[in-house]
Design a protein around this ligand. Structure first.
Ligand code: SAM
Length: 291
């Protein structure tokens, strides 16, 4: 039985022996509590027939638990200085591979073909570098990879925005983008004390169950997301005013009233009150009206 990497003692010993200094700019906050790791791994529903993609393995604390559960694990790490540490910590796990690179630049389709054939579906399981949480999640979703779950530790307030329902201050274009592709579920709130060093924001684990197909029918996804984005440009403004500034001129903006009426949306509503279904109707009506 291998010792857990995720303990304060083991983590400090490894960092010290390798002369490793943590880089704040890379979001290097390492997990030192195995119980949190078990929660993350069990939320992902992995087994030996499935694959796991980790982003930012650090010294391998989560990678180790993934390798014990999944059939194949690939971990993308940007910091070259971590490679010798990972070589040591992951040595007992031949089903785990480390790929050095920036996750935002790595072409994931060929990576999936190379590593995960016979291990699909794959889940993304990670304690994300917080400075790029949203771009990473959007990249994973927009590339339409064969993913089952995305289980990630992120800032608590971002987790709340991702899972927000219409009507509140947390609901916005991120909620709609994430919920278009996934069903979100908050797994647990995580205290500062389980990291070295402790981050200065609150953290949460969120599970995104990737949908087989979107919950609404959308003809033109790019336009749909454009409408959503435009509706939240100024949160305090009405949907009418936000859409008018994005899609109409002073001379033509009276046409927008008919479009909103056709979509069944009161012009005085705010963007934060519209459901995904209402945005889908609205983008269809607006796209026809604009030709
Ligand atoms: N998984 C480890 C753990 O839970 O202890 C480390 C998590 S730490 C929050 C984030 C990790 O992501 C760091 O190892 C950092 O070097 C890495 N990282 C930061 N930016 C990255 C990027 N653009 N691509 C890949 N890895 C990145």
């Amino acid at each position: 039985v291998q010792e857990d990497i995720a303990s304060p003692k083991k983590t400090k010993e490894l960092l010290q022996r390798h002369g490793f200094t943590l880089k704040k700019s890379l979001g290097q906050n390492f997990l030192i509590d195995p119980n949190i790791l078990y929660k993350i791994v069990s939320a992902a529903g992995l087994d030996s027939a499935k694959g796991a993609l980790e982003i930012g393995p650090g010294i391998g604390a989560l990678t180790q638990q993934l390798a014990k559960t999944a059939g194949r694990v690939v971990a993308i790490e940007i910091d070259q200085r971590l490679l010798p540490l990972l070589e040591e910590t992951l040595e007992p796990y031949p089903n785990a591979s480390v790929v050095q690179g920036d996750v935002l630049k790595v072409d994931l389709k060929p990576l999936f073909e190379q590593y995960f054939q016979g291990f699909e579906p794959v889940s993304v399981v990670a304690n994300l570098p917080y400075y790029i949480t949203t771009p990473i999640i959007m990249k994973l979703l927009e590339e339409k990879l064969p993913l089952e779950h995305i289980v990630v530790m992120i800032q608590k307030e971002v987790a709340e925005r991702m899972s927000a329902r219409p009507g509140g201050k947390d609901y916005g274009s991120l909620s709609i983008a994430v919920q278009y592709y996934c069903e979100p579920e908050l797994v647990t709130i995580v205290p500062h004390t389980v990291f070295i060093p402790q981050p200065n924001v609150d953290s949460a684990v969120i599970k995104l169950k990737v949908r087989g197909k979107p919950p609404v029918e959308v003809e033109d996804e790019a336009f749909f997301f454009d409408v959503v984005q435009a509706s939240f440009v100024q949160r305090r403004k009405t949907i009418y005013n936000n859409l008018a500034s994005r899609f109409y001129t002073k001379e033509t903006k009276s046409e927008l009233e008919a479009v909103l009426q056709e979509a069944g949306i009161e012009p005085s509503r705010r963007g934060e009150t519209l459901s995904i279904q209402e945005y889908a109707n609205l983008s269809r009506c607006l796209s026809r009206a604009l030709g």
